[in-house]
Every structure is written in structure tokens, then in C-alpha cells.
Design a binder for this molecule. Sequence first.
Ligand code: ZN
Length: 442
Amino acid sequence: MRILATVLLAALAASLLGFGPEPTPTPQQEGSFSETRPAIRMISSSHDIQFAERIVFCMEAEADSSIEEVTFYYRLGGKNVLVFGYPDFERGQHVAAEFEVDTGVAGGFLPSGIDIEYHYVIVDAAGRRLETLPQRLEYLNPRFGWQRLSLENFVMLWHDRPRAEAAAVAEKVNARLANVKALLGLGPTKRMKAVILNNPIEAQRSFPRVSQTASDEHLFGGFAFSEYDLFVLMGLDEDGIVHEMTHLLLDEAMDSRLAKVPAWLNEGLATYFERIAQRRDREVDDAVRDGDLLPLRAMGTVPGKPDDVVLFYAQSRDLVRYLIDERGAEGMTAVIRGLSAGTKLEQAVQDAYGVSLGDLEDDWRVYIGAEPLPIADGSTSPSVLGNEPDEPIPQDVADGSAQPPARNSRGFGGAGVVAAVVVLAAIASAATFALRHTRRPR
Ligand SMILES: [Zn+2]
């Protein structure tokens, strides 16, 4: 499951945060050799991951005159946005300062596996300034002994599983991604990051809170954070990894900032590359029989109600499969190229297939044994079709909508995996990410 969302970066840390441009480079004093002692000296710097709650950064410094100002800077996931804040400390020639970054659902959620780079700028009473060398950390639950394996398309992190088992799955996925990249028209890409969790309890602590309903009724299966090129997945599930990687790669294929991929296409592609699909196929058959098919124009975002989402995913997959397998993969690649350049979907489809999106939808409906949609007269509204979409999400917080998908997953047996989306408030650098969650295992 994937949804566009923006992350409230401001919530990531204490209220004293701000955003700023890259600080002007200053001579690095720490770590450089000097015959005379530097006027400001970093004595120690460390961080403590209190997983799923916060990261505490501690530093000690001394100077020949009183230290008047300490600023803490950090950036997330290699992004350009630099966040800064002012730790509390007592001025003097020897200072100890502490700064906290919230990482849990209550403060500002950070996904497992995210890389954080940080440094300090220290200023003394004489106006001298020390900018410390950048330090890096990878935000992971320190209770576990994480292992990692780097492949062409992604690096996979896991714990408490035999390396051979993890490697076998990762290598199979890596091989399968060649088809994904070919369809998306992608050459070599940056390496994404996959963080594999082992059980629902661990997942609950590692995933953002989507909604009360989702928390009460579901456990998340995975979240993909396109902005950070990483995803977090519960279970070493081959199809699940392919699904999330497809989201990340599709995002990678979109060059234009104007590029917009409708949810049915995004989820349709991600599910197209899964191998276990019998359940979805049944859903479409049932909808054809019952006259319940959703009109494509109602599928730009994923419905909010889990029950609606099952059909949404099944239809998305089926339509994308029709477009690729029956109308030619070149057409889909051309559509993606068009979207990537910022072309609107209808035009990209017309350019690629030589027919309108509406005609393609009707062709698909006839192909699966359904009636073409009536000419647009309002009679095909979702409510008429018996699939009223969920309440719209207020525009100020939503770019997409909440959602759960269904997919068959080896790891969850027959239990449908349901995706959900969280939409957080927007700030300068919007993060797109995708979420999936699963019904509580029986
Ligand atoms: Zn998805």
C-alpha cells in the first residue's frame, strides 16, 4: 500500500527546532591537528536510542572563555533539509548539553532504519565558533543484533533469523526486481533500504500510528517511505518486499515534481509484481458477478474503509495486469514515462495507447465480463455502484487518503494484508510514503 503524505518535520523534535539553510562552512577545529590548543574543544559526543520514544544526544565541550551558545543540527535520511535546535545548558568554560529528538508516535515519528546525520555549532563569549564534524547514526532498536546484506537494488536489515534464510529471500527479490525496473524504464538506481521485523509486537512499536481503528483492528504489515528510500516490513515475505520496492522504484522513476500517480496505478503496479493473487482474482470475479466494480475515476485514492479497500486492490491489480499483459508492456512503460515528465494521466494514456483512459477502462470491463460504464451521466457514482468511498479527508491534511489494501501474503496465510495510510501535516520538504498493514493474524 502506498499513499502520498507529507511529514511534519517540525514535530520531529522539541519545540525549539527550526529549519535553516546549510550553515556556512567554517574551519573544522575538532579532529584537526593544531600545534596550539583550539579555543573551543569538544570533549565528548554521544547518542542514546531510546527506541520508539526518542534519541538523546549528549555533548560536552570546553573553551578558553565562556561558551555562550550551542546549536544542534541534524538531517534525516540524507535529505537537504537541515533541522536545528538549541539544547539547554549552563554557560561556562565547561558545558554539558543534551538534546532530544522525538521518534515515537506521540512526538514525530521516525521510521526504523533512517539515517541521521548531526553536528553541533558552539560559540564562545569571544565570538569564536566551532562546528563539529558530522556524526551519523542509524535509527534501529538497539535491543536487537541487526544483520545486513547489500544487494544491487537494496540493503536488507534483519535480526534473529538465519543469515542463509534472509539471503535466499533477498536474492530472489533482487532478481525479480529486474522486471520491475524494466517496466518502469529504470536503469541503475540508488540502493533502497529494507528493514525486516519479526512479529506483530515489534511491528506495533516500529510503525507509525495510522488511526485508532487501524490500531484496534489491524496490525501494520509494512510502511514504505519514498522520501527516505526505505521501507519497514513485518515478516520476511518475498511478495511483500517486491510490493514495497515497486513503490520506491516507481517514485524513483518520477522525474518531474508535477508527476502524479493515481493510487490505482501505484497499487496496481505493486500488486502486479506479486505472485500470489488468487484471492484478488476472486474479488474481481465476485464484483463482476455482483455488478460492484468501482469506476476508475473513484480510484485515484485508496478508500478509507478496509472492506472497500479489498476490492480496490483487486481491481487495481486486474486493470494493470490487463494493460500490461493484454495491451502491451510498452504502453505501460510509455505511460510511466509520460507521468514522469509531468504529463497528466489521461494525456499520458492517450499518447501511449492511442485511446482514452475511459475507452481502456471499458475495454477492460468487457474483457473481464462486465458491462461498459454508462456514458457519464452521474449514474455511475460509487454510491450507485454500492461502493461509496470513505469520507474524504480534510484537504489541509490530506494529499491522499487513508486506506488499507488486501493482498495475499505468504507470511500471513489467508489473512488479508490491509494497507493504511497516514497523512501527516505538511512542511517544507514533503515526504511521500506508503503504508501497508495487515489484519491481526488469527
Ligand atoms: Zn502498496
